[in-house]
Design a binder for this molecule. Structure first.
Ligand code: NDP
Ligand code: GDR
Length: 373
């Protein structure tokens, strides 16, 4: 069903494809991504398209369009020669939808990135978080297990694990550090981790857990602390707001760039054997240090603008995360390209530009400056 032999990105590939008859051209690899509309989904899609893959993404129904992070990659499927990314409705809470798309597409690789991924929100909606993050992963794994005999060469599976699984285990955290989850989200991710290990051992599946530490970007959701800060820096800089309310400023995180981390996901699935890997910068900073750096980028001082609001404190906190990614660096040959200062600057620059555009709308009366959450 993948008769679409259109040229891949770039003139070089187009030239090659034009001289190789379709019958002997190597078949294009097919990837299926859950959570394609999220931060990581958009970067992973870019990476896989650049490698010549056909990418299928599962999106959930929403009353508003939820594909903003993919708009720059979207080609109308009626233009079937060019559209190498296709989107399909499914939901991790609906096993039948997952099974249908795995069976229909028989992809080479499945990346399970879908999740209710906000730690604080998981205390508000714990049942739903467990259903999507833990049982949802099991549903997708089982769909892959059932379809694997029908796919020559098998189907490889990636599970988006999290440093939150380490919770209160002190740093540095590596593949051998014990899990001690501190939220419904983290407990559900631990379940998904062990389902993946179990399916690998029980059925011989090529299934990998990436244990990724925090990774950020200009596409990060606006209610995660880094983006909340850089959005505020942009808006304060252009005069759209004056104050920023935050919770615990002393938490330490190992922050990297999302674009680097999706490369590690892909690398895991290209190995001879499936395994689990910690992916991190191996460097840690507090929220306060992030504030210092971000406000400093535009010549402001965070203490003039930030107020602590206890409503952002969590019932249980993860105090300190710093990875030890030696295994990913030695076995996969992965290493991060973007460092802390560069990451903060990338996000601040993006959000100053965004705030300038917002300001035009506010000044023209199309938007109220207070509308921002
Ligand atoms: P995002 O929150 O940006 O994206 C989550 C994705 O999951 C979105 O596409 C969302 O869809 C989708 N989704 C949510 N619920 C469902 C559901 N019921 N059925 C189908 N899809 C659903 O997360 P990130 O891109 O930042 O993270 C990707 C994965 O990696 C997540 O599993 C996250 O928990 C994990 N992770 C992230 C880290 C990070 O620092 N970013 C670190 C470690 C792990 P919609 O757009 O409609 O909301
Ligand atoms: P985290 O990211 O919980 O590490 O999970 P988040 O950015 O939400 O919090 C990081 C730290 O900042 C503190 N904090 C605040 N956090 C938010 N969101 N809002 C605030 O106002 C605020 N003030 C202080 C938090 O208490 C925390 O200590 C992210 C998600 O992407 C998960 O899906 C992923 O698994 C982990 O990273 C690794």
């Amino acid at each position: 069903q993948h008769a679409d032999q259109s040229p891949a990105n770039g003139q070089a590939m187009a030239n090659v494809m034009s001289v190789i008859p379709p019958s002997i051209a190597p078949p294009r690899k097919v990837a299926l991504i859950s959570g394609i509309t999220g931060q990581d989904g958009s970067y992973l899609t870019e990476l896989l398209l650049s490698k010549g893959y056909e990418v299928h993404g599962l999106i959930r129904r929403s009353s508003n369009f939820n594909t903003a992070r993919l708009d720059h990659l979207y080609v109308d499927p009626h233009n079937s020669n060019k559209a190498r990314m296709r989107l399909h409705y499914a939901d991790l809470s609906d096993a039948s939808s997952l099974r249908r798309w795995v069976d229909t597409l028989l992809p080479d690789e499945v990346y399970n990135l879908a999740a209710q991924s906000h730690v604080a929100v998981s205390f508000e909606i714990p049942d739903y978080t467990a259903d999507v993050v833990a049982t949802g992963a099991l549903r997708l794994l089982d769909a892959v297990r059932a379809a694997t005999p029908s796919k020559p060469g098998g189907i490889r599976y990636y599970q988006a694990g999290s440093s939150e699984m380490f919770g209160s285990t002190p740093p540095p955290q590596s593949e051998t550090s014990p899990f001690h989850p501190r939220s419904p989200y983290a407990a559900a991710k631990c379940a998904a981790h062990w389902y993946t290990v179990n399916y690998r051992e029980a059925y011989g599946m090529f299934a990998c857990n990436g244990i990724l530490f925090n990774h950020e970007s200009p596409r990060r959701g606006e209610n995660f602390v880094t983006r909340k800060i850089t959005r505020a820096v942009g808006r304060i800089r252009v005069g759209l707001q004056t104050r920023l309310f935050l919770g615990n400023l002393s938490a330490a995180r190992d922050w990297g760039f999302a674009g680097d981390y999706v490369e590690a996901m892909w690398m895991m699935l290209q190995q001879d054997k499936p395994s689990d890997y910690v992916v991190a910068t191996d460097e840690s900073h507090t929220v306060e240090e992030f504030l210092e750096e971000a406000f400093g980028c535009v010549g402001l001082h965070w203490k003039d603008h930030v107020e602590v609001d206890p409503r952002y404190f969590r019932p249980a906190e993860v105090d300190s995360l710093r990875g030890d990614s030696t295994r990913a660096r030695t076995v996969l040959g992965w290493k991060p390209k973007v460092g802390f200062k560069e990451l903060v600057k990338m996000m601040v620059d993006n959000d100053v530009d965004l705030a300038k555009k917002e300001k035009v709308l506010v000044d023209a009366g199309y938007r109220d400056a207070q509308q921002h959450p």
